[in-house]
Design a protein around this ligand. Structure first.
Ligand code: AMP
Length: 299
């Protein structure tokens, strides 16, 4: 249950760019398309920060009209994950969208997106990406996560029918999988990859950073330090992945629960034993039970 104040509800309801219904979105977009306008889509789960903003800005710069979707998608959360407590900040999100040139915010209910399917998952049509892409990295611990992601993104592509869709490199595995899905299913959309936005101290921005205490945030700097140090070692000539992985231990302590540190090909996600210039380094660490991810290319 989302708790918002009475005046917030009034101002949110009065917001002209906010649409809850698929039919409203289709009508607006089809009118724009008739005028020959290019549509950009930025899919999000809300709790917007400067990382999301960089995607929005790129869309506003590239397209005539920008649609932002805000939907905390239940099908991409596992039963023991943070669906209920995921941060929801609609009023602030709308303000951010308004101030940055967004034309339409699609904020559907779970019922609007999944209809009866929300209670009958077994009878709902899912988009299931190839196992090769999902049985590693985040997919290993988040079983079914990318089925939920692909299903909701495919639905958003069908609803909005954007010319361009903007995704962050922050979720590198998701980006590769969505590109693959769009290609395999002949979805006529150009996927645009946007760089990771970080705090000055190197911490990658994430809606889940809201769960971190100040001490946790200091501990979280280890992720970027590990990645930066591996880049440094690679530039000095070390290419053996085992040797590169071992350098991480210097930055980890009892507050860090390392889930994975992997080296893969940046476009195919194929694992590497020996790093080369196409290698992407990805890391996932739990700090006080908050799961954080980060990545960078090795060059
Ligand atoms: P989310 O709301 O977490 O589902 O993220 C929505 C989009 O924002 C995804 O494409 C993310 O990869 C992207 N994103 C999240 N954090 C960042 C960041 N720090 N820098 C760039 N993009 C980001």
């Amino acid at each position: 249950m989302i708790k918002i104040g009475f005046f917030a509800i009034i101002s949110i309801r009065g917001n002209k760019m906010l649409k809850n219904k698929i039919t409203e979105v289709r009508a607006k977009v089809s009118a724009w398309k008739k005028q020959g306008l290019k549509i950009g889509l930025v899919p999000t789960m809300g709790a917007l920060h400067d990382g999301h903003l960089s995607l929005i800005r790129k869309s506003v710069e590239t397209c005539d009209k920008t649609v932002v979707s805000i939907f905390v998608n239940p099908t991409q959360f596992g039963p023991s994950e943070d669906l209920e407590k995921y941060p929801r900040t609609l009023e602030a999100d709308l303000k951010m969208c308004e101030e940055n040139g967004v034309d339409l915010v699609f904020y559907p209910s779970v019922e609007e997106m999944y209809g009866e399917g929300q209670n009958t998952n077994d009878f709902f049509t899912y988009v299931v990406p190839p196992f090769f892409y999902t049985n590693k990295l985040c997919g290993k611990s988040r079983i079914g996560h990318f089925d939920g992601v692909c299903t909701v993104v495919a639905k958003l592509f069908n609803i909005v029918q954007p010319d361009y869709a903007f995704f962050g490199q922050k979720d590198a595995q998701q980006l590769v999988i969505i590109k693959k899905m769009a290609k395999d299913l002949n979805i006529p959309v150009q996927i645009v990859s946007c760089p990771i936005i970080r705090e000055e101290n190197g911490l990658a921005l994430s809606s889940r950073n809201k769960y971190l205490s100040e001490t946790d945030k200091q501990e979280a700097l280890a992720l970027n330090k590990i990645l930066t140090n591996i880049k440094l070692c690679y530039n000095k000539g070390i290419t053996d992945v085992k040797a590169l992985s071992e350098t991480a231990f210097a930055f980890l302590n009892e507050h860090h629960e390392l889930e994975y540190l992997e080296f893969v090909d940046r476009s195919t996600l194929e694992n590497k034993m020996v790093a080369d210039d196409d290698t992407l380094i990805l890391i996932a660490v739990r700090i006080n039970n908050v799961r954080l991810i980060d990545n960078c290319t090795i060059t």
